[in-house]
Design a protein. Structure first.
Lengths: 74, 463
C-alpha cells in the first residue's frame, strides 16, 4: 500500500473541517464525519492519477475537441 | 397513430403538407402530458399556455406559406437547467426558489427561432449532479429509476409527452437516461452546441444535446442547435455538414471498433448479449468490425472526478455557503467534499485528459465509430444503492451508470445511444456509438442504419 492510499484514512473529521475552513467553507460539527468520508473516497479515486508520468504534457483547461486540425479548418 | 406518437420527422412532414396542424399536434402532446404526468413526474413545469400560443402562431405562419423548417410547431421539453427568459430555471433544486431567467439560453433561442413549441421544463437530478433523477419514474416501470441527470427529458420523450427534449451530459447525463428509457440520446462533440444560459455542472465537461425517439430526429434537432456563440468560451463554428442521414441502410466500408477491454467488463450478460447482437447487425449491414483497445481505461473515473468535483464545487461556491440546507443530502456532501481537493489533483486530471484525448484520437484513426454498451445495467428499482458483479466486485449504481459514458465527456467525442432491445424484466438496453470529434454525421448514419433495420424502440407504455 502506497502513502497515497493511506492518506484518506488519515483525514479525520476534524482535519476535514479544518481543510474546509481554510477553503472558506465553515462546516457545522454534524457535517465533519460525512464530509471526511466523502472527501476520502474522492481522494482515493483521484490519487490514481499520480501513477502517470506526464512529462511535458500540458493541462487541457481549454481545448478544442477536434485538435489542431479542426481549428485549422475553421 | 395519434399525433403525440409521431416522430419529429413524421410530424414535420405532416405539418409541412398540412395534414396536421401544429395546434392539433401540441394539443395531443399536452393531453398526453396530463395523462402520464401524475405517475411519471417528468416535468418541473408544464407550459401549456405558451405552447398553445406557439402552436397557433406556427399554424398561422404555415398557412401563409412561411414554414420555418422541420421543427416548426413541434412540441418539445427542455431540461430545467436551460434558461428561457422570464421562466424559473429550477435545476430541480430548492436552492433556485424564486429564480427567474433574464435571457434565453442560446439553445432555447435557436429552437424558438425554428418554431418549436415548448411544452415544459423537465426534471433533472438536482443541478445535474447525479445519475438517477429521483423525482421521476422510469417510463417503462415507474418503480424503477429514470436515470439521470436528464431523467425528465428521457421519460417525457419515451412516454410521448414531448416529441423531443434537450438534455445535458457531463458524465453521461443524456445517454444514461436515454438508454434506460429506450430512446435515442446524442451527446455532441464538445463545443459544437453552445452552452450559454445553461446551468453548469462542470464547465470543461458539459455538453447540451437532444433526446429523441429516432436517430433521424436527433439529426434534425442537432442541425438547429449548432453554430458558434462567443458567449460560450468552448463554442466552435459548426462544420458545414448535413446531419440528416441518407435513407439507406448500407454500411459498406464503415469500420466499427469493438472494444476488447473496458466496455464489456462488468456488464450485465443480457446487456452484453443485446449489444453484441446489435454489433452483428451492423456487420450484416456491411460494416467491418475491428477490435480496438481502449487507452488509459484505468484512469477514466479518476480523470472524470478530478475534473468534475472541483468545477462543480466552484460553481456552487456562494450558494453552498449561503443556503447549504437547501441542497439535497447527496449533492450537498459532494459539493462540500469538493472543497478539499487540491489544485494539484485538478491539474493532474487536466493533464490526464490531454493524454486521453490524444490516445483516443489515435484509436479513432483506425476506425470510424466505436460500438459499445451505453450502461452496464438497465434501470434498477428506485433506491437500490449497489450492484454486485459476477467477479464479486460491488459498485455503486451511480458509478456503474456513468462508467461507460464518461470517456466521451472527457475526450469530447460525439456519442449516440440507440435502443437495441430489452432485458427479461422488459427494461430497455442501449448501444453507444462514438465517433471522431465533429464526426456526428458518421455516428448518426450508423445509428440510423441500425434503426432502419427494424429494431427501433417502441413507445413506452407509461400510463
Amino acid at each position: 500500500m502506497s502513502a497515497a492510499d493511506l492518506t484518506p484514512s488519515d483525514l479525520t473529521p476534524s482535519e476535514a473541517a479544518r481543510w474546509a475552513a481554510r477553503s472558506g467553507l465553515p462546516l457545522a460539527e454534524d457535517r465533519h464525519t460525512e464530509v471526511a468520508t466523502t472527501a476520502g473516497h474522492i481522494h482515493s479515486v483521484v490519487s490514481l492519477l499520480r501513477e502517470l508520468d506526464f512529462g511535458d504534457t500540458p493541462p487541457s483547461a481549454a481545448y478544442r475537441a477536434g485538435g489542431e486540425q479542426h481549428d485549422a479548418a475553421l | 397513430m395519434r399525433p403525440y406518437e409521431l416522430t419529429v420527422a413524421d410530424a414535420a412532414e405532416a405539418v409541412r403538407t398540412r395534414r396536421l396542424s401544429p395546434v392539433e399536434l401540441v394539443d395531443s402532446v399536452l393531453e398526453r402530458v396530463e395523462r402520464v404526468e401524475p405517475r411519471l413526474r417528468a416535468f418541473a413545469a408544464v407550459t401549456a399556455g405558451p405552447a398553445r400560443r406557439a402552436a397557433r402562431k406556427a399554424e398561422a405562419e404555415i398557412a401563409r406559406g412561411a414554414l420555418r423548417g422541420p421543427l416548426h410547431g413541434i412540441p418539445a421539453g427542455l431540461k430545467d437547467l436551460i434558461d428561457v427568459a422570464g421562466m424559473a430555471t429550477t435545476a430541480s433544486s430548492r436552492v433556485r426558489a424564486g429564480h427567474r431567467a433574464r435571457t434565453d439560453s442560446t439553445v432555447a433561442a435557436r429552437l424558438a427561432a425554428a418554431g418549436v413549441a415548448f411544452v415544459g421544463k423537465t426534471h433533472t437530478h438536482e443541478f445535474a449532479y447525479g445519475l438517477t433523477t429521483p423525482q421521476t419514474g422510469n417510463a417503462w416501470d415507474v418503480e424503477r429509476v429514470a436515470g439521470g441527470s436528464s431523467g425528465g427529458s428521457a421519460v417525457a420523450v419515451a412516454a410521448g409527452a414531448a416529441a423531443f427534449a434537450l438534455g445535458t451530459d457531463t458524465g453521461g447525463s443524456i445517454r444514461v437516461p436515454a438508454a434506460l428509457n429506450g430512446v435515442v440520446g446524442l451527446k455532441p462533440t464538445y463545443g459544437l452546441v453552445p452552452r450559454y444560459g445553461v446551468t453548469s455542472l462542470a464547465w470543461s465537461l458539459d455538453h447540451v444535446g437532444p433526446l429523441t425517439r429516432t436517430v433521424e430526429d436527433s439529426a434534425l434537432v442537432l442541425a438547429a442547435l449548432v453554430g458558434h456563440d462567443p458567449r460560450d468560451p468552448a463554442s466552435v463554428a459548426a462544420p458545414a455538414v448535413d446531419y440528416r442521414p441518407a435513407p439507406g441502410t448500407d454500411l459498406t466500408g464503415l469500420r466499427v471498433g469493438v472494444p476488447g477491454n473496458y466496455y464489456f467488463d462488468r456488464v450485465d450478460p443480457e446487456v452484453e448479449a443485446a449489444v453484441r447482437r446489435a454489433i452483428e447487425r451492423l456487420e450484416e449491414l456491411g460494416a467491418r468490425l475491428v477490435e480496438v483497445e481502449i487507452p488509459m481505461a484505468r484512469y477514466v473515473q479518476a480523470t472524470q472526478w478530478g475534473l468534475m468535483v472541483p468545477e462543480a464545487t466552484a460553481y456552487h461556491e456562494r450558494t453552498l455557503r449561503a443556503v447549504p440546507d437547501l441542497y439535497g443530502a447527496d449533492v450537498r456532501v459532494l459539493l462540500e467534499a469538493g472543497e478539499l481537493m487540491s489544485a494539484g489533483d485538478y491539474i493532474r486530471a487536466q493533464r490526464a485528459r490531454t493524454l486521453m484525448r490524444q490516445a483516443w484520437r489515435e484509436m479513432l484513426d483506425t476506425v470510424d465509430v466505436i460500438a459499445a454498451p451505453t450502461t452496464p445495467l438497465t434501470a434498477v428499482k428506485a433506491g437500490r444503492p449497489t450492484v454486485t458483479w459476477a467477479d464479486g466486485e460491488v459498485e455503486s449504481v451511480s458509478d456503474a451508470y456513468v462508467r461507460l459514458s464518461a470517456p466521451a465527456d472527457i475526450t469530447g467525442v460525439p456519442a449516440l445511444t440507440v435502443p437495441v432491445g430489452r432485458d427479461s424484466a422488459g427494461m430497455p438496453i442501449g448501444m453507444q456509438l462514438m465517433g471522431r470529434p465533429f464526426g456526428e454525421a458518421t455516428v448518426l448514419r450508423a445509428g440510423h442504419a441500425y434503426e432502419l433495420a427494424g429494431t427501433a424502440g417502441a413507445m413506452a407504455p407509461a400510463a
